[in-house]
Design a binder for this molecule. Sequence first.
Ligand code: 5BU
Length: 456
Amino acid sequence: MTKEQFVLDLEKIGAIKFGSFTLKSGLTSPFYFDLRDMISFPFILEGIADLLVERIKDMEFDVLTGIPYTALPIASLVASKMQKPLVYMRKEEKAYGTGNNVIGKFVKGAKCLVIDDLITTGASKIETAEKYEKEGIVIKDFVVVIDRSLNGTEELAKDGYKLHSLITLDEIVQLLKSNNLITDEKVREVEEFTASLNKPKTEKVKYINPLTQKLLDKMKEKKSNLVLSLDVTTQKEFFNMLDKVGDEIVMLKTHVDIIDDYDEEFVPKLQEYAKRQNFLIFEDRKFADIGNTVRHQFRSGVYKISDWAEYVTVHMVAGELILKGLFEGLENRAGFVLARMSSKGNLLNETYTRKCFEAAKKNPQWVAGFIGHGNSVEDIKRFKAKFPGSELLMMPGVKKEKGSDAMGQQYITIEEAVGGGADCIIVGRGILKADDPSKEAKLYRERAWKAYKERV
Ligand code: 5BU
């Protein structure tokens, strides 16, 4: 089948439509492609598979996949014709980091070629690649049947992927025109429409939260991006440890509710240390309830956290109004939103992470940063690239060596964390359990600061 025949066939079965269509984005488009029915016409399916085989026969790959739903049957046929192994990803998303989402046999590190029917912006292709990469499959190339994007090639290239297409929107329009299947006026409309589309906005929000700035300033002043997670259960241990390591840290992270002998002297003493040793205070309370309840949990009760902790952690599971519940009417308080967690099998998936970014974008005055983690430098880079603005990436689950504990904590190294984009590393047992915590804190601080300086 020739490309021309293919386009004419698509037109015949109604897969290419010209008229006036409202897109998901709200824009009105003079054309619309719907390739879903194509698979029900054996001669078209066969033809498209042959065209794809021709296009990819010289490319290097170990396995082949198609993105469900439309491209999967196409990829099956191509795989069969080329005698290449087929794999595919479940469409229902399992939780972040749980693995086993790929169906089919492959060896870790296999190079996979991805087939899809259309490309519009490239965003969903990148998401697909990330999911495969988490499963140990390497993706470099995408082949699409129709490229109707404005700058899909550039968008994919930014993340290191190459886009190949069988046919572009321009070619389709020209072929239809030369076959008198659309009027000159329609051609003009399509051209005007594509020209009028602005490039997708990838620009970051300019606003900087004052508490983001405050932490950045403190990091610079103290030449440290080390946050100590002081997870001990008595005041004695707590302040003894601060005596040893307080000078090395930019911020102290507390779990105030694990202190057995908490009393009203704790907070004033903590504040006195914070002043003398020049660090900020972050209570890792992880608020997660409805707005009205978290307001009380933050401002009342035994601990009255809002009186002394400038930063707290916030789960977005109850919806973004939790931010209003926590911070409305308070000066100089902001949250770190938990966009990803470090623990094995946690249920935060990519959709959830994206929702966290959207919530932060709408409420920048209440979000100083995100808590996040990743399994490689590349993974963290891509995660951070999606932050809406200049929020900081705070990363727990960091140690000198990769590893895990018996209760689900997963560790990556200082250099991986900071190299990937962590602005601050959050370290607990790596320092607390060391023979010489003071020496260890110095070492963490030096390594993390060096990696930070190299990155920024
Ligand atoms: P560790 O001893 O370095 O494993 O302590 C890590 C700290 O960070 C601990 O206080 C956790 O409650 C906290 N933490 C985490 O480890 N992982 C996460 O995803 C989040 C917080 Br959110």
